[in-house]
Design a protein around this ligand. Structure first.
Ligand SMILES: Cc1cc2nc3c(=O)[nH]c(=O)nc-3n(C[C@H](O)[C@H](O)[C@H](O)COP(=O)(O)OP(=O)(O)OC[C@H]3O[C@@H](n4cnc5c(N)ncnc54)[C@H](O)[C@@H]3O)c2cc1C
Length: 308
């Protein structure tokens, strides 16, 4: 990728004239972008199913421990359930980890809260002047309150975010009016002359960052790292491996931690394992080099096959 580039105030404003004239300098660097994470999620499921003929992917299904200490997978829509005998349970439910643990342990054996999730809301704005001002760049900046904010072109519109607010119940999160005001204010701070009309906010959404439990008063300081904790049951049931934190950018590393436990490995041994799927491991570097051009050529057919 091209090298990064630093610019002083004058050259920054020459390149992005709409930026706040109070800017001191800018740094431009190149990075990868997961444009459609939901598609990556589907591909991960497909990798898992291809890797083991006994693997089953179930949507809207929950694992639950019954009063007599057995386990059942329950269909949350149809209501059917099936008994299972797990030797290891991996709790990778993100912001729901503590809630899921409530179904996996009797009350007296539940672990202390592991999760300190924070809500992040984003807006999608349809404003041509804003889109043009970005000149195809993502802008990553510090708002007046010290929070890191971003805005970038997205499918012909601009995605702007985000907030960072503690939540207890991930099920109820949504982008609230005060968050919308905060995001628009942060946008006005970085691009002061671009006026956004209310009707130009065409979509808003919120997600929960699965962060570790923390007492830090500034949510921006809660570590964004990931780790696994094994909760051993007191009554001889299967251990529950809880995956705390994690991002799209680190998902293979997180899997390394989990599979390391599964295979009796821990720590550095787990971190060293090659987490790429077998086909990508074999293809190695050469695939990376040929990758982009080839993917572009085949992407239409690939998307048709994979997603219908
Ligand atoms: C605002 C925001 C910005 C982010 N920015 C980035 C970024 O720039 N780069 C990046 O790499 N990552 C980013 N992330 C992180 C990323 O989007 C994911 O949140 C992260 O990868 C966690 O994924 P996860 O699968 O662990 O959890 P989640 O994505 O939360 O998935 C957990 C799933 O478990 C399900 N579930 C809950 N309870 C149960 C149960 N009992 N049984 C079965 N399933 C259950 C839930 O329905 C949910 O689908 C961001 C997240 C947010 C919220």
């Amino acid at each position: 990728m091209p090298r990064h580039q630093f610019r002083g105030r004058r050259t920054t404003l020459e390149k992005w004239p709409a930026l706040n004239p109070g800017i001191k300098s800018s740094a431009t660097y190149f990075d990868a972008w997961v444009s459609h994470p939901e598609r990556l999620g589907i591909e991960l499921l497909q990798d898992g199913l291809a890797a083991n003929s006994q693997a089953v992917a179930l949507n809207y299904a929950e694992l639950r421990r019954t009063e007599n200490g057995q386990y059942r997978v329950e269909d949350q829509i149809g209501g059917a359930s099936v008994a299972v005998e797990p030797t290891l349970i991996i709790n990778a439910t993100g912001g729901w980890i503590d809630i899921a643990n409530q179904s996996l342990f009797p009350p007296e054996a539940r672990p202390a809260p592991l999760m300190g999730g924070t809500k992040g809301s984003h807006l999608i704005i349809d404003n041509d002047e804003l889109c043009a001002a970005l000149a195809d760049h993502m802008i990553y900046y510090e708002n007046e309150d010290g929070r890191i904010c971003i805005l970038f072109p997205y499918l012909g519109k601009v995605l702007v975010g985000s907030t960072d607010i503690r939540v207890d119940d991930p099920e109820t999160v949504r982008c609230e009016a005060d968050e919308r005001d905060y995001i628009l204010q942060s946008l006005a701070f970085v691009l002061p002359d671009i006026k956004i009309k209310p009707e130009e906010v065409v979509f808003q959404f919120a997600g929960v960052r699965p962060l570790p439990a923390s007492t830090d008063s500034f949510t921006g300081r809660i570590p964004r790292d990931h780790f696994c904790t094994v909760v051993e049951p007191t009554d001889g049931g299967p251990p529950v491996l809880c995956m705390i934190g994690g991002k799209w950018t680190t998902f293979r590393l997180v899997r390394g931690n989990g599979s390391g436990h599964d295979a009796g490995k821990t720590g550095p041994a787990a971190a060293r394992c090659d987490n790429r799927p077998a086909d990508r491991r074999r293809a190695g570097i050469s695939r990376q080099r040929a990758g982009l051009a080839c993917e572009r050529r085949h992407s239409q057919g690939h998307f048709r096959r994979a997603y219908g």
